[in-house]
Structures are given as structure tokens and as C-alpha cells.
Write a protein that binds this ligand. Structure first.
Ligand SMILES: [Fe+2]
Length: 246
């Protein structure tokens, strides 16, 4: 077995105090954790893998996941109380959101009703079918309000796969790109993995996140624990740490 294919553990892959910045762990408000019990079992599993610091980012998507900031904060408080009750004092997390770039988001932005990942960083996503017709304007509006858009899983937007210059345009428009770590597994298909590797090679990503929705995602992440991935992902891990440490 070569040096780079050598298996390590996830505890060795992630740096000390690693901060995951994308997950769906609040109970019952999107397609992530189903209930409080599910939330806690996911957090405990993450702990065994070396992740005790994270942002959780429920979907905010008009007419589908109409989660208000107040509801997200309420669920955050509920989970924090339960963590204390169960003695998990070393787990640090904040709730933010993953905002779909839709009309509902524009309204929230107008009303300054945004939950950032931290400071000015906000996590946004697009439909998997097509980009919003007013994407450039939306990115401009976000920055006009003083925020920095962090675009989740750009490698998963198939409509960009044929023309790689689209990714450079996003970065030039002020977007920071966040790799879904599971894009390096078979989770989203070969084409996604290929584009993820190309974006890594071209240094177009800034951050990395797990986008954990359920236990299958965490189980699959075990496959990522190799020296090769550690080398590949360390610059992104360091950016996560630098920007989002508690
Ligand atoms: Fe997500």
C-alpha cells in the first residue's frame, strides 16, 4: 500500500479543533435530523470522528423550508440545553442557515434578517436545475449589505460542468466556494467528483463542509480518511479553522 493511499482515521484527517461549517442537525426543520434524538446521535457520532465544533445550517427555502430566524434560534437553544443535560459540554456549535438564492432570500436580505455563519459570511445555495436568472445581481446585493457569500457545493451544480469558466466567474463576482467533502466519495456521482478535483487543483475552493443530513453521510465520510485526502484538504481545513474557530 502506497504512502498516499494509506488508511488513517477521521480523527487523523481533521485537524485539532476542526470546525465543520455546513450541516443539517437541528431537529425536524428540514431534510436533516428528524428529531432531538436523531440530532444527538448525529452529534455523538461526529464526536467519535473528531468533530466537536460546527455550524449547523438548516435550509431556508421559500415555500418548502420556510424556517424563520426565530425558529432556527429556538431549535438551537433546545439542542444546546440537551447537550448540557447529557454532559456534552465540550461540543461547540452555532446555528446559521443555508439560504436558497430565491425571492424569499431577497426579502430576508432587505430586512437584514440573516443568520451568518460568522461575522459577514453567509452560506447560500442554488437550485440543482438552473442558476437564478438574477444571480449576478443577487451576489452584488449580498455584498452591498456587507456580507460575503459562501456558495455551498458548487461541484454539484451540473449546469456548470460543461463550462468551467463559470466557476471562475463566481469567484470573480466575490463568491467563496465551499466543497462538500462527500463529493470526493461516490455520494453524488462521478461527474461531481471529477469537477471537485478540478476545483481543488485550480485552488478555487476556500472552505469545506460535510453537509451532513443523516448517519449514512457520516458513515460514508469514513472512506475519506487517507493521507492523500489529508494533503489535498489541509489548505481548506486551515481556512475553516482560521475563519470559524470558536
Ligand atoms: Fe446543505
Amino acid at each position: 500500500m502506497g504512502l498516499f493511499t494509506k488508511k488513517i482515521t477521521l480523527n487523523d484527517l481533521y485537524p485539532k479543533n476542526y470546525v465543520d461549517i455546513h450541516s443539517h442537525l437541528l431537529p425536524g426543520i428540514d431534510d436533516g435530523a428528524k428529531d432531538l434524538e436523531d440530532t444527538l446521535s448525529l452529534i455523538k457520532k461526529m464526536e467519535t470522528q473528531g468533530i466537536t465544533n460546527f455550524r449547523t445550517t438548516p435550509h431556508v427555502l421559500g415555500n418548502v423550508w420556510d424556517n424563520s430566524s426565530a425558529l432556527i434560534k429556538e431549535k438551537e437553544a433546545l439542542v444546546k440545553r440537551e447537550l448540557q443535560k447529557q454532559g456534552l459540554h465540550h461540543v461547540n456549535f452555532h446555528a446559521a442557515a443555508e439560504y436558497m438564492l430565491d425571492e424569499n432570500f431577497s426579502k430576508l436580505l432587505d430586512h437584514n434578517d440573516i443568520l451568518p455563519l460568522k461575522d459577514q459570511y453567509i452560506l447560500v445555495e442554488m437550485s440543482f436545475f438552473n442558476p437564478p436568472f438574477n444571480l449576478e445581481d443577487l451576489l452584488f446585493q449580498i455584498q452591498l449589505k456587507g456580507y460575503i457569500p459562501v456558495l455551498a457545493h458548487p461541484e454539484r451544480y451540473n449546469f456548470y460542468h460543461k463550462d468551467f469558466s463559470n466557476y471562475k466567474k463566481l469567484v470573480d463576482a466575490g463568491c467563496l466556494l465551499q466543497l462538500n467533502i462527500l463529493s470526493l466519495t461516490k455520494q453524488y456521482g462521478e461527474a461531481v467528483t471529477k469537477v471537485a478535483h478540478k476545483l481543488l487543483k485550480e485552488n478555487l475552493y476556500t472552505f469545506v463542509g460535510s453537509d451532513t443530513h443523516h448517519i449514512r453521510h457520516l458513515n460514508l465520510s469514513e472512506k475519506l480518511a487517507t493521507q492523500k485526502n489529508k494533503k489535498l484538504l489541509t489548505p481548506l481545513f486551515e481556512n475553516n479553522l482560521k475563519t470559524f474557530s470558536f
